[in-house]
Design a binder for this molecule. Structure first.
Ligand SMILES: O=C(CO)COP(=O)(O)O
Ligand SMILES: [Zn+2]
Length: 217
């Protein structure tokens, strides 16, 4: 095994444990994947806990998405592969969690499905762009992949209603950072709901879009 793959396996498990330890996903929920140097994928096994992923047991796929090693992969492979297929180089890793505030916001009325998070903080806008709210699907339903494909690669982050957020990043670290901003922004949104908070203005949002190349179309 290449040293970069050994390093990536360790990074996946470290980041997953950090997310789990801070309560961003509980029990055996969530899944994570990252592109390997040879164009394949490393993926968390189905039924595994983010608190105890084992680098040696991660599911390994080749560049044709054949399962070539490790434990049985997450049942959300169609979700992950839809992001990789539609976002090209912009998707080097995918993180899916069951994060409390994101899920709470996903079930409230009057949430804009095209842009579910109000522009409260600069980092929320910078790291996420517009976040789409997708309808409910049963966990493992391959139709989730179809819903992601329907976004045509224009969104790096979505929330599945009654379920949880999914974020694609260029790197695993970028995907994790964006995921943390998503959950923090959902929390701030709930904390300030009904209080008519001041939001970033359209001009301030557009300034971030230009300066940081945020996807906002
Ligand atoms: O979050 C999950 C389903 O949406 C967890 O499923 P897996 O254990 O198969 O990854
Ligand atoms: Zn899930």
């Amino acid at each position: 095994m290449s040293s970069s793959e050994t390093k990536l396996r360790e990074e996946i498990c470290l980041i997953a444990k950090s997310l789990f330890d801070r309560g961003l996903t509980a029990g055996a929920s969530g899944n994570i994947s990252a592109r390997t140097e040879d164009g394949g994928l490393l993926v968390s096994p189905t039924g595994s806990s983010f608190g105890r992923l084992d680098p040696a047991r991660l599911s390994r796929f080749d560049d044709k998405l054949n399962h070539i090693g490790g434990d049985k992969p997450t049942k959300e492979m169609p979700l992950h592969s839809a992001f990789y297929d539609t976002r090209g180089d912009k998707a080097g890793a995918i993180v899916h969690l069951h994060s409390c505030h994101s899920v709470a916001l996903s079930v409230l009325p009057d949430v804009d499905p095209d842009n579910m998070l109000p522009p409260i903080t600069a980092y929320g806008v910078m790291r996420l762009g517009k976040v789409a709210l997708l309808p409910y699907f049963m966990p493992g339903d391959p139709a989730m992949g179809g819903a992601i494909r329907g976004l045509a690669g224009k969104r790096s982050a979505v929330v599945l209603a009654h379920h949880g957020p999914v974020v694609a990043g260029k790197t695993l670290e970028a995907a994790a950072y964006a995921m943390e901003e998503l959950e923090e922004t959902a929390k701030l949104t709930l904390m300030t709901r009904g209080m008519t908070p001041n939001l970033l203005t359209e001009a301030q949002v557009q300034g971030l879009v230009r300066e940081f190349g945020v996807e906002w179309d």
